[in-house]
Design a protein around this ligand. Structure first.
Ligand SMILES: C[S@@+](CC[C@H](N)C(=O)[O-])C[C@H]1O[C@@H](n2cnc3c(N)ncnc32)[C@H](O)[C@@H]1O
Length: 260
């Protein structure tokens, strides 16, 4: 079962931010081309891009996330598929992989498979934009004595409150960050209605690893930023935003053979 299926009903409650939307809208306005969003969730970005009159295809591996995205009833074309190997049968001028969807690819092989597939779906002058969280060493190392439960968020609901807690552990060897998420739903009187726990795993990447993987997949870098205002990427950045275009050569063969 895709990791996000059991989280789909909570996704829009948890992630209601749109601080990144103006950036992607301005990139879309500059590129003026059909868009594919890889790992689109429930359409947090795809829906407003479509509302802004861009043609958007949203690819998402979780059937439950796709169902919720479709329910929004916008003009997005939804495809339930794996961004590593889905074939959409056409090319796009802009590809977006935002808000840690890239980190859901939990091995370098999976990440490269996605980048090669994204390359195969881009027009020769198309643009790929990837945005991931940039974690500080403190965030990754965690408190002494092992993972601790922390309170992440409170969301007021029409008839109650959602609380989320989590505990994370990071394995520096594999770059895997394992998170255990705990959800508590309270009714309007403050009585606990239900609770559930869920595991998520992401693979943390770095500026230079991502840049190298993009080159291996046949891209050349156009920009590397530390946020959505075009600021430089530094050790203090909370985000890593990379823009890349196909460099006109075929990507390196999956077996590692060079393609000149
Ligand atoms: C953190 S969410 C981000 C969703 C969306 N990009 C956003 O900005 O709200 C990551 C999403 O990537 C999806 N995903 C993970 N692996 C995927 C894969 N191999 N192919 C397609 N979607 C994937 C997950 O199911 C999840 O919906």
């Amino acid at each position: 079962m895709p990791e996000y299926d059991p989280l789909a009903d909570l996704y829009d409650l948890e992630y209601d931010h749109d601080y990144d939307l103006p950036f992607w809208l301005s990139v879309a306005a500059r590129e003026r081309a059909p868009i594919v969003e890889w790992g689109a969730g429930t359409g947090r970005l795809s829906e407003p891009l479509s509302e802004a009159r861009f043609e958007v295809t949203a690819v998402e591996v979780s059937g439950e996330m796709v169902r919720r995205g479709r329910e929004k009833g916008g003009g997005v074309e939804w495809v339930c598929g794996d961004m590593r190997d889905v074939r959409l049968g056409r090319r796009y001028g802009l590809a977006i992989c935002a808000f840690n969807s890239f980190l859901c690819l939990t091995s370098p092989e999976a990440a490269l498979a996605f980048l090669r597939n994204a390359h195969a779906h881009l027009s020769p002058y198309g643009l790929l934009g990837i945005e991931v969280s940039a974690f500080s060493p403190e965030e990754l190392s965690g408190p002494p004595g092992g993972p601790q439960l922390r309170h992440d968020l409170t969301r007021e609901l029409p008839r109650g409150v959602l609380e989320r807690f989590s505990a994370s552990s990071y394995d520096a060897a594999s770059q895997l960050l394992s998170m255990r998420l705990f959800y508590e739903l309270y009714d309007a009187s403050g009585t606990l209605e239900s609770k559930r726990a869920h595991g998520l795993e992401i693979r943390v990447t770095s500026r230079d690893e991502l840049s190298l993987m993009l080159r291996l997949a046949g891209f050349s870098l156009e920009g590397v930023y530390g946020g959505f205002e075009g600021e430089p990427f530094t050790a203090e950045s909370g985000h890593l935003v990379v823009l890349a275009r196909p460099c006109g050569r075929e990507p390196a063969a999956p077996g590692g053979g060079a393609s000149g």
